[in-house]
Design a protein around this ligand. Structure first.
Ligand code: BLA
Length: 242
């Protein structure tokens, strides 16, 4: 059943945020970006954004276009006192036979010491889920930039593995990520904070320039809104290129 396929993931994320993170507050943003409905085809998109003690921004988006499209997308941006990876979540289903799920501790550097310290610790979790160990294509992203070897990557031709495989993996990754961040030692030196801020900007730029979702947004809500949503909400630290 594809009805609100990924909603249990949203609920789980919200529950984890509420029970484990301190200082959770809504980060308000433009109403036209937070909710849209499509008149042409029945579809709605809703987004949320928070900040917490350890995160300068956690954003989340759900698209419900019935069986035609179900999407849960979320990115967790740590405060710039933390050089740690962003948590990236992109779960999509199109029709009844195309499910694509990507989940990663998205590294800000491909330096081997960085990867060993922040990404490799999740490897034992990944090893438990053989069905989630696929590789991305080179169509949209470069797997050697802002992705790790520990990413969860899966394509399914039916909904069943979403709850039986992906959901437990999601729970374990989220727990591991939150634990890592709660135990993280902040580096408040201006040099380090400026460096991390720039790397997080680079992530937004990289993502904004490659995001394959603009077409999807355009289909339902028009090109203008799609561009605005991508640059002003999803990747708001990217500099638009003409
Ligand atoms: C691919 N992500 C895609 C595709 C779409 C989206 C439409 C292409 C699917 C296809 O045609 O094969 C959708 N991207 C979105 C949506 C949003 C978005 C709806 O940003 C925002 C609401 N993408 C991310 C994040 C990760 C990510 C955070 O936004 C990291 C986990 C990964 N998405 C990712 C990868 C692919 C992808 C790696 C490429 C899959 C491939 O080419 O094999």
């Amino acid at each position: 059943d594809f009805k609100l396929l990924f909603m249990p993931f949203v609920m789980h994320q919200l529950g984890e945020m509420r029970s484990k993170l301190e200082g959770v507050e809504d980060l308000p943003f433009e109403e036209s970006l937070s909710y849209q409905q499509s008149e042409k085809r029945p579809a709605r998109i809703e987004s949320w954004q928070w900040k917490t003690k350890e995160f300068r921004k956690i954003r989340a988006t759900y698209i419900d276009a019935g069986v035609n499209a179900q999407v849960f997308n979320s990115v967790w941006y740590p405060n710039t006192e933390y050089e740690h990876p962003l948590l990236g979540i992109d779960f999509l289903s199109f029709g009844k036979k195309k499910v694509l799920c990507v989940l990663d501790f998205q590294p800000l550097s491909q330096d081997e010491h960085y990867l060993k310290k922040y990404c490799e610790p999740v490897a034992p979790i990944k090893l438990k889920y053989e069905g989630l160990a696929g590789s991305m294509s080179a169509r949209f992203y470069d797997e050697a930039q802002f992705f790790s070897k520990q990413l969860v990557f899966a394509k399914f031709d039916n909904a069943e593995p979403v709850m039986t495989q992906l959901f437990p993996a999601f729970q374990e990754y989220l727990t591991a990520y939150i634990t890592m961040m709660k135990n993280a030692t902040p580096d408040t030196s201006p040099e380090s904070m400026a460096r991390v801020a720039q790397l997080q900007k680079d992530y937004d730029q990289y993502s904004a320039e490659r995001d394959p979702a603009v077409g999807l947004f355009s289909t339902y809500w028009g090109k203008e809104w799609a561009e605005k949503f991508t640059h002003e909400f999803l990747f708001s630290d990217a500099v638009p290129v003409a």
